[in-house]
Design a protein around this ligand. Structure first.
Ligand SMILES: Cc1ncc(COP(=O)(O)O)c(C=O)c1O
Length: 402
């Protein structure tokens, strides 16, 4: 979960070239992991929202992933890497008529419909352009409790704007426009599930309702898109997800329900472990019995701990034999919410030393709120056998303030 010796050496080198916080991504590690995922009995899409960095998209492209994009910005970033629009699908609760028209114009033909309005708008565009989009119906199921009883950024058991109930998609409630080819259904409500059995149970619990909907539409060899939700460990005591068990569960689902294909849109599980966020200590102090490490960066670069109350694993970049003590890690924002966790670090940490947060390859830089308090934006760089490459240097507030 933390840094290997080799990664530590590389980040030490990178830190000497950077004066501000930065993200660094391990492209060789990522490529090896993506090669291992090819064994899945499912068609794999990459959920670009997890990390839209060009080099990450290129790595997924090279390993044959399709791309799940949710905005025009993500779409253009994927296309700019040379990806064929036939390998792109569009999910997301907001698809305005302009958005849909631009997607169609740029060659996208696979859409996950999240409302009747989206269906009407896409049908109008398809008619005018004489195209035949392939669609999946996004289904939201009622659940009585969260499978892992934690804060769930996807909404989990609460009603959300993602999709509609199965009843609302039934042929008596929804008229499928003639322009569409209906491929199947999409259902995804839970994020970051680490236990394979829990994940399979949520899929198994969803399937009877999805199967009734598929039967009602009489789709032969239907597609079921299960979205993402495969977790990665963030805390020391957590175990890695059992990937082989996930693959067995998918294979069983396919044969049990005679599915043509299972699809997954992986974000966190595809890229999360291959990113690091590095930030320098600005201050160490004790206050009311609590030892604080205040870092130059913080939630403006890495917001997720403030959203989920779950810390990223952290280590000091310089290895040290000093005993560990608990630090409350705070960032540079003037709010108590800017807390990156209470974690053990060497007790002799000093101002100017770097902390490295691992598992930061997904939901890092672009999930954050970089403009608050006008701090410097973090650099983003990659490393591989060919060396370290800075894709975007850190930039001061004068670059984005009007
Ligand atoms: C529609 C959709 N698909 C896939 C994902 C990726 O999820 P994960 O990072 O859990 O794999 C998300 C994340 O929010 C999503 O909204």
């Amino acid at each position: 979960m933390g840094m290997t010796k080799q990664v530590r050496k590389t980040l030490q080198l990178a830190s000497k070239q950077q004066s501000h916080s930065f993200y660094a991504y391990d492209l060789d590690g990522l490529d090896q992991h993506l090669a291992d995922l090819a064994s899945a009995p499912a068609k794999l899409w990459y959920a670009v929202k997890a990390n839209p960095l060009s080099a990450i998209i290129q790595a997924l492209d090279a390993r044959g992933f399709g791309f799940d994009v949710a905005s025009v910005g993500e779409l253009k970033q994927v296309l700019a890497q040379g990806v064929d629009p036939a390998r792109i699908l569009n999910t997301g609760p907001v698809k305005t008529p302009d958005h849909l028209a631009e997607f169609v114009e740029l060659g996208v033909r696979i859409f996950v419909l999240e409302s009747h309005q989206q269906a009407d708008d896409l049908a109008r565009i398809a008619r005018a352009r004489q195209i035949r989009p392939q669609v999946l119906l996004r289904v939201q199921l009622p659940w009585t409790k969260d499978p892992e009883e934690k804060i769930n950024v996807l909404g989990g058991s609460s009603p959300t704007p993602f999709g509609l109930t199965p009843e609302q998609w039934m042929p008596d409630a929804f008229t499928l426009p003639n322009e569409f080819e209906l491929l199947g259904v999409h259902c995804f409500q839970w994020g970051n599930i680490l236990c394979a059995e829990t994940l399979l149970q949520t899929w198994q619990a969803a399937m009877p309702k999805l199967a009734s909907l598929l039967d009602a539409w009489q789709i032969s060899a239907p597609v079921v898109d299960l979205g993402g939700g495969l977790g990665i460990p963030y805390a020391e005591q957590q175990q890695e997800l059992d990937w082989q068990r996930v693959c067995q569960g998918l294979a069983q689902l396919k044969s049990q329900y005679q599915l043509g294909e299972c699809w997954m849109e992986l974000g966190r599980y595809a890229v999360g472990p291959y990113g690091y966020y590095a930030s320098k200590i600005a201050d160490i102090k004790d206050n009311q019995g609590v030892r604080f490490a205040v870092i130059e960066g913080g939630s403006q670069h890495l917001l997720r701990p403030a959203l989920t109350e779950q810390a990223f694993p952290v280590e000091a970049l310089q290895s040290s034999d000093s005993p560990l003590t608990s630090y409350q890690i705070h960032g540079a924002l003037c709010t108590g919410l800017d807390c990156l966790g209470c974690l053990p670090l060497p007790d002799n940490l000093q101002q100017g030393e770097w902390l490295i947060f691992s598992q930061a390859g997904a939901y890092g830089f672009t999930e954050s709120m970089p403009y608050f308090l006008c701090h410097t934006l973090p650099a983003e760089l990659t490393f591989s056998k060919s060396g370290i490459e800075v894709l975007r240097p850190s930039s001061p507030a004068s670059h984005y303030l009007a």
